[in-house]
Each structure stands twice: as structure tokens, then as C-alpha cells.
Design a protein around this ligand. Structure first.
Ligand code: SAM
Length: 225
């Protein structure tokens, strides 16, 4: 059974697209998509031996060897031009790691039309990368599962401009202001405030002041959103 988080990621995958799932672990996402008739072929990439073997076993046990190609390699390096990959999913990692995988493999993005990214934290790093590399936010989602809150960003090629606030909390999510969105930012502000209170008790060095300024800035951006 697929987690709600991965179900939501799956819901953004367009029918019959050629998919590469990077950091696939057990390859649950591509297996689900093929079984449900959303896609017929996928590549599952893994850079760690254990998860790579798990993915191979899972694909074999589900009888999907002819549909899902499990490949060992770092990030987008598993993608070849002749694969004509249209959709790339990267889920379950921190935003900065996802952004660094995209940055390191950007020459592999020529055929890609849609990037479906699910950062566990720091989605901002992905929005910054997207602006720099001329991808725009097509859709955004936020959900809570097992007391954790996850964001999903669907990127398509194109230009976008974001305010500092939108960069931090997401332009569409900010407009929707769902209960989960409110909860996430209340939690984060609470945590930042707690750190600020700690910093206020320590000696004021330049580093401490910089950290305080950064936290205060983020708190005010979130409070205004
Ligand atoms: N995508 C699955 C999900 O959302 O449930 C698995 C998430 S798991 C927490 C992250 C996976 O990404 C791990 O299996 C890890 O080995 C893999 N990974 C991390 N960095 C990677 C990279 N540069 N290239 C390929 N896989 C990577």
C-alpha cells in the first residue's frame, strides 16, 4: 500500500508519460503507477546499493521487469537521451538535496517537461533553483501524514517571478492557506521563536546576530503571509 504522500505525488503524473523516479528506494511509486495503468514504462534510479537491491527485488516480485528499468547511479546520471524521459519524480529528500541533484544533472533535463518534487524540508531551495533554471511552478500541494507535513511542487518549463514570501511558503499554497499550511508555518515559527529565545541568552557575536536577523526575517515573512 502506497503512502498518502506518494499517492499525492502519483496523482500529478500524466497518463502514458515516460517517467524517471530518482532515489526510488523500493520503487513503490513507479510500481504503483504501472499497476494502475497510468504509465507503461519507467526508470527507477538509486545510488545506494541497499535501496537499489530493494528496488530490483520489488520490481521482480511484482512481475514488472519489462516495464521498470532499475538503474544504479547518482541522480540524473541514470537517464540517457534515448530514454526520452518526460517526467522526473524526486521524493522523500530535503529540498537542498533535490535541488543539488537537479543542478548536477541539468544537461539531462532537455527532454523533461514536468518535474514532480516532494521535499521533506526546505522547499525554498527548489523554488530558488527553479527560478534560476527557468522552470515555473505549475502546481503545489501540501499534506500531513503521520504527524509530518510534506510539500509537493510540480514544475514546468517557463519563467516565474516570486516575492521573498512566495519563495519561502509557496505562491499557490499561500493563496490557498489550507489548514495544513497554517499548521506547518505555525509550527515552524514556534520553532524559530524557540531558537531566537535561546540565542537571546547567548553572547552576541556577529554570527549570532546574523542568525537572529535571519530568523526574525523569516518569522515576519511567514506572519505576513
Ligand atoms: N523516493 C522514495 C520515497 O519518497 O519514499 C524514497 C525516499 S528515501 C528517504 C531517499 C532515497 O534517495 C534513498 O533510497 C537514497 O538512497 C536515495 N538517494 C539519495 N541521494 C540520491 C542521489 N543523488 N541519486 C539517487 N538516489 C539518491
Amino acid at each position: 500500500n502506497l503512502s498518502e504522500r506518494l499517492m499525492k505525488v502519483a496523482s500529478f503524473v500524466e497518463k502514458n508519460t515516460m517517467l524517471a523516479d530518482i532515489g526510488s528506494d523500493h520503487a513503490y511509486l513507479p510500481c504503483y503507477l504501472v499497476h494502475n495503468g497510468v504509465i507503461t514504462h519507467a526508470i527507477a534510479g538509486e545510488v545506494v546499493k541497499g535501496p537499489f537491491e530493494s528496488a530490483r527485488k520489488q520490481v521482480k516480485s511484482e512481475g514488472l521487469d519489462k516495464h521498470i528499468d532499475v538503474r544504479f547511479g547518482n541522480g540524473l546520471a541514470v537517464i540517457k537521451e534515448e530514454d526520452h524521459v518526460q517526467t522526473i519524480t524526486i521524493a522523500g529528500m530535503g529540498g537542498p538535496l533535490i535541488a543539488s541533484i537537479l543542478e548536477a544533472g541539468k544537461e539531462k533535463l532537455t527532454t523533461a517537461e514536468t518535474l514532480i518534487l516532494q521535499p521533506n524540508v526546505h522547499a525554498k531551495a527548489i523554488r530558488e533553483w527553479a527560478i534560476k533554471e527557468q522552470w515555473k511552478i505549475d502546481q503545489e500541494a501540501i499534506l500531513e501524514e503521520h504527524d509530518k507535513i510534506y510539500e509537493i511542487l510540480v514544475l514546468k518549463k517557463g519563467l516565474m517571478e516570486l516575492t521573498e514570501q512566495e519563495l519561502l511558503v509557496g505562491p499557490q499554497l499561500m493563496r490557498e492557506k489550507s489548514d495544513v499550511f497554517r499548521k506547518k508555518w505555525l509550527n515552524d515559527v514556534f520553532e524559530w521563536q524557540r531558537i531566537l529565545d535561546q540565542l537571546n541568552k547567548t553572547a552576541l557575536t556577529e554570527d549570532v546576530q546574523a542568525k537572529k536577523d535571519e530568523l526574525e526575517k523569516k518569522i515576519s515573512l511567514v506572519k505576513e503571509s
